[in-house]
Design a binder for this molecule. Structure first.
Ligand SMILES: Nc1nc2c(ncn2[C@@H]2O[C@H](COP(=O)(O)OP(=O)(O)O)[C@@H](O)[C@H]2O)c(=O)[nH]1
Ligand SMILES: [Mg+2]
Length: 417
């Protein structure tokens, strides 16, 4: 500590002055005007000292975070640290794919969730907007009066069941009351459940694809309802069941539509017949039908364009496709499947009416039930259209497109666990 006592501030300042004096020629050589040279030299000195202090602090931090490194010596520790970061960087580069990333694979279904639970999760919003509200209305009540029935009516209408179905349900409750069958709110709930099952069961007939070969399914509906996705999911499921499937990219309106179908085709490992953007959809239908016969396919799924249903020419186009299919494969299409988006509520019902008038529907697929509280629309559709609901979409996973099962559907909605 002798040196510390001898150290005086004057000596330190002297040393700094010497250092600055040595710096000035370098600063002058860099073209700094004379009056600023000392200032710039001082700045450089200040900067250098700051950096040195920072490095020292960093070094201290490293020593304290890695106590073993003090045993090995700071240099060795620093070398090791550098090695690790180099190794990490190399690993990161290797982890990055060298080429374009593949399109995201379809997420695998969660194996832990049973079918009932999957449905329950998918229908949770509809569950709370329909049965959840009914339960809140009935809880704590002991008698069934006019007010209660009026409120129930409002719930059913706002849950998209439709005016006609609501009237039908209310009527059966009133009949039960006058007959004396209904004594408690719990029995109202039970009656509601049974009536809904009755309405839906009437129109729940699974699609039978074995009645013809090739069995031709023409998929129609407005833009964005989920036609192409539904075709992709069906193609996958049929292929897994051992069927030979062919897809026809009849939506020639946008190039992206055919591309989207091709991706699904690759995923399901099935052939896709497509033409260029803007081509005649009738020609695609023709080629797809020919290919299906030639390759002895079990099922042909034909995608179509979905410009707005208010445009008459879409309906004319669909009629034409129908005729082309029938000419190539007598009796085809065996199923005209209308895809409806449940999130559009009453609008879905309007679409169903218009398409049915134009091309006479054989079945309905109701998608996106998972993203909406308007799932009650399925009851309105079944009751009014008298067209079977073949499939429901309860999510974006491959097997989230399910054959519609009225019993299960209503049980899920009324399950209070
Ligand atoms: N959440 C959910 N999304 C769906 C379902 N079905 C389709 N979709 C989505 O709806 C969007 C439009 O589907 P697309 O098949 O292109 O409709 P298209 O225009 O009728 O062919 C896509 O983003 C799909 O992933 C479903 O059941 N649930
Ligand atoms: Mg499409």
């Amino acid at each position: 500590m002798e040196w510390l006592r001898e150290l005086s501030w004057a000596a330190v300042l002297d040393q700094l002055n010497v250092f600055i004096a040595k710096l000035i020629p370098t600063v002058a050589a860099a073209g700094v005007p004379e009056e600023y040279q000392s200032l710039v030299a001082l700045g450089i000195l200040y900067f250098g000292v700051t950096i040195a202090v920072l490095l020292f602090v960093l070094l201290l931090l490293k020593i304290f975070r890695k106590p073993r490194s003090t045993e090995k010596g700071i240099d060795q520790a620093a070398e090791e640290a550098a090695d690790i970061s180099v190794a990490e960087t190399v690993a990161e580069v290797e982890r990055e794919p060298a080429t374009e990333p593949e399109p995201e694979p379809e997420p695998e279904p969660e194996p832990t969730l049973g079918l009932f639970e999957r449905f329950k999760r998918g229908l949770s919003m509809t569950q709370s907007s329909l049965v959840g509200r009914v339960d809140r209305l009935l809880s704590g009540r002991t008698t069934i009066d006019e007010d209660l029935i009026e409120e129930l009516e409002e719930i059913l209408i706002t849950a998209d069941l439709g005016m006609a179905t609501t009237q039908q349900l209310i009527k059966s409750i009133e009949t039960g009351l006058t007959k004396g069958d209904l004594a408690s709110p719990e029995q109202v709930r039970q009656l509601l459940m049974e009536e809904l099952k009755k309405i839906l069961k009437f129109e729940s007939k699974p699609l039978d694809v074995t009645s013809a070969s090739p069995f031709v399914i023409m998929v129609i509906g407005v833009n964005g309802v989920g036609k192409t996705t539904t075709i992709g999911k069906l193609a996958n499921q049929f292929a897994l069941a051992g069927k030979k499937v062919i897809l026809g990219a009849g939506d020639t309106f946008r190039a992206a539509a055919a591309e989207q179908l091709k991706i699904w085709g690759e995923r399901a490992d099935v052939e896709v017949i497509s033409h260029a953007e803007g081509a005649d959809p009738g020609a695609v239908a023709f080629d797809a039908a020919k290919a299906a016969v030639a390759r002895k396919a079990d099922i042909l799924l034909l995608d179509t364009a979905g410009r707005l249903h208010t445009k008459v020419n879409l309906m004319e186009e669909l009629k034409k496709i129908r005729r082309v299919l029938d000419r190539e494969i007598p009796g085809a299409p065996h199923e005209v499947l209308l895809v409806l988006d449940a999130t559009t509520g009453q609008n879905a019902l309007t679409q169903a009416r218009l398409f049915n008038q134009a091309v006479s529907l054989d079945g309905i697929a109701l998608t996106k039930l998972d993203g909406t509280a308007k799932g009650g629309i399925i009851v309105a559709i079944a009751a009014e259209m008298q067209v079977p609901v073949r499939f429901v979409g309860i999510g974006e996973q491959l097997d989230d497109l399910r054959p519609f099962d009225a019993e299960m559907f209503v049980s899920v909605l009324f399950d209070s666990n």
